[in-house]
Design a protein around this ligand. Structure first.
Ligand SMILES: NC(=O)c1ccc[n+]([C@@H]2O[C@H](COP(=O)([O-])OP(=O)(O)OC[C@H]3O[C@@H](n4cnc5c(N)ncnc54)[C@H](OP(=O)(O)O)[C@@H]3O)[C@@H](O)[C@H]2O)c1
Length: 194
């Protein structure tokens, strides 16, 4: 389905982003047209825009849990939110901004076996799983075959320079099937089935 995303109140994102089944693990990433996953601040925040923010917020609102790599949590200064956050780390170096969260709201896990990791989340009752990156964690999850959906926002900008792409680490070769493509003033928001 290809359609134009009209405005903040006129589209049913619940319907457009419904998970086809549970458990469901989706990863949401933003990039420029030339493939950069960060803008000049070194964060994805300098790339995103209103349309991306709207979908980002919606995907969080329907997730049981948000999974994020420690690198992203540190760089982006993650703070506790209204649902559990699982920070994926080998070093246990959780950013200061996430310390002091209420018990059980911020967990730190390593992901040596993505299949077992996903099973652990589901066993906790978290069947709608949202991963917000970053590129290293996305590479690991794809290599482990546990990603059901990749949501991408392509912002209508070229940034050049030396930036990460949305995947880092060893090469992967993962075919994707386009499920939905939305457009909002040149921003392309896609749902890809992995
Ligand atoms: N464009 C986007 O949508 C988007 C999204 C997210 C992030 N970003 C950007 O990406 C950059 C960060 O990239 P990154 O690749 O460093 O991000 P990342 O994947 O979030 O962080 C890498 C770190 O996460 C931990 N980690 C990742 N995979 C792991 C695994 N399988 N097991 C255990 N720990 C694991 C490790 O943490 P420890 O070092 O603690 O062991 C590793 O050093 C930032 O600039 C951020 O702004 C962009």
């Amino acid at each position: 389905m290809v359609r134009v995303l009209v405005g903040p109140d006129t589209d049913d994102l619940g319907e457009l982003y419904a998970a086809p089944r549970l458990p469901w693990l989706r990863v949401n990433m933003v990039g420029s047209v030339d493939g950069a996953a960060t803008g000049d601040s070194g964060k994805s925040g300098s790339l995103n825009n209103a349309a991306d923010k709207r979908v980002f917020d919606h995907l969080r609102s329907v997730a049981d849990v948000v999974v994020v790599g420690a690198g992203t949590a540190r760089t982006e200064g993650y703070r506790p939110i209204d649902r559990p956050i699982v920070v994926v780390s080998r070093s246990d170096e959780v950013p200061e901004t996430l310390r002091g969260a209420a018990p059980g709201r911020v967990l730190v896990e390593r992901v040596d076996d993505p299949v077992a990791f996903k099973q652990t989340l589901v066993a906790r009752g978290w069947t709608s799983i949202l991963c917000e990156g970053g590129p290293t964690l996305l590479g690991d999850l794809l290599a482990g075959g546990v990603v059901d959906e990749l949501c991408t926002t392509t912002v209508p900008r070229l940034v050049g320079g030396d930036h990460r792409r949305i995947i880092e680490g060893p090469a992967v070769d993962v075919p994707l099937r386009l499920h939905t493509l939305l457009e909002s003033e040149g921003t392309l928001l896609a749902r890809w089935w992995v």
